[in-house]
Design a protein around this ligand. Structure first.
Ligand code: MN
Length: 248
């Protein structure tokens, strides 16, 4: 066993969602997170911890026990949270997730924890900090950002600001990414800046303006691309390295 193996791995909290599963006596609610996130964090040197969907008051305690946070993909953020009604096509809105994840965003930033937000995660990050979303891209006149091929395949390019945490982590100005979203950031929160756009202009990544915090959100799914696209694993490595600094 090398000394690296003995070092404590930085703990990365991965947000779960609740789904019904039949464990033998009828459907019960279970807290789950896809293996792609867990594996990507482990491969990057972190210790993944799947965080349950607690009530709002649980967020501070969860942030206390992790060195970094990963906001996962999933259903839509409730448009009411950014001042719109629910009239547009919405998918799997879960108010419990919105509440705990908003509180996790606020607590992790206040406690200087690094945060990587993926897909729904970047939308949640933006709304939690006061930004707004395009609730349904096709309805708003945008071309589809959904792909039909294998989920690890790139669908479109993104142009990345090289002078950003995302740019430094990925090390490239342009990267091809997958795309599974019918929503996107419309107006970024005052504390966030846009650091990557798709070729059609859509926001594909944001990060915190405050240069002392590592808070990055991407609209694509890097965890699905890790096995065949090494640049994407650098995002998880950067999160884990920032979390190591929290561990001290
Ligand atoms: Mn896209």
């Amino acid at each position: 066993m090398s000394s690296t193996d003995r070092e404590r791995r930085p703990t990365i909290g991965i947000t779960a969602y609740i789904t019904d599963l039949d464990l033998g006596s009828g459907p019960v609610g279970v807290h789950v997170a896809p293996d792609d996130y867990v594996s990507a964090v482990w491969e990057a040197g972190g210790l993944p911890l799947v965080l349950p969907v607690l009530r709002e008051e649980g967020a501070a305690s969860l942030v206390e026990i992790v060195d970094g946070l990963l906001l996962t993909g999933g259903g839509d953020v409730d448009p009411v949270l950014y001042g719109q009604d629910r009239s547009e096509p919405l998918v799997d809105v879960d108010p419990r997730r919105d509440v705990i994840e908003s509180a996790l965003v606020r607590n992790s930033i206040a406690r200087h924890r690094p945060l990587l937000a993926i897909c729904r995660g970047v939308q949640m990050l933006n709304v939690a900090l006061g930004g707004s979303l395009i609730p349904d891209l096709p309805n708003a006149g945008w071309a589809s950002h959904d792909q039909e091929g294998p989920s690890a395949d790139p669908k479109h390019d993104v142009a990345i600001d090289p002078d950003s945490r995302l740019g430094r982590a990925i090390g490239r100005r342009t990267v091809a990414v997958n795309s599974f979203h019918h929503q996107a950031v419309r107006m970024e929160a005052p504390s966030l800046k846009v650091v990557a756009r798709a070729s059609d202009g859509l926001v594909e990544a944001v990060e915190l303006v405050d240069s002392s915090r590592w808070v990055v959100g991407v609209q694509w799914h890097p965890e699905m691309m890790v096995p065949n696209h090494p640049a994407q694993s650098e995002l998880f490595r950067a999160l884990v390295e920032e979390a190591r600094a929290v561990t001290g």
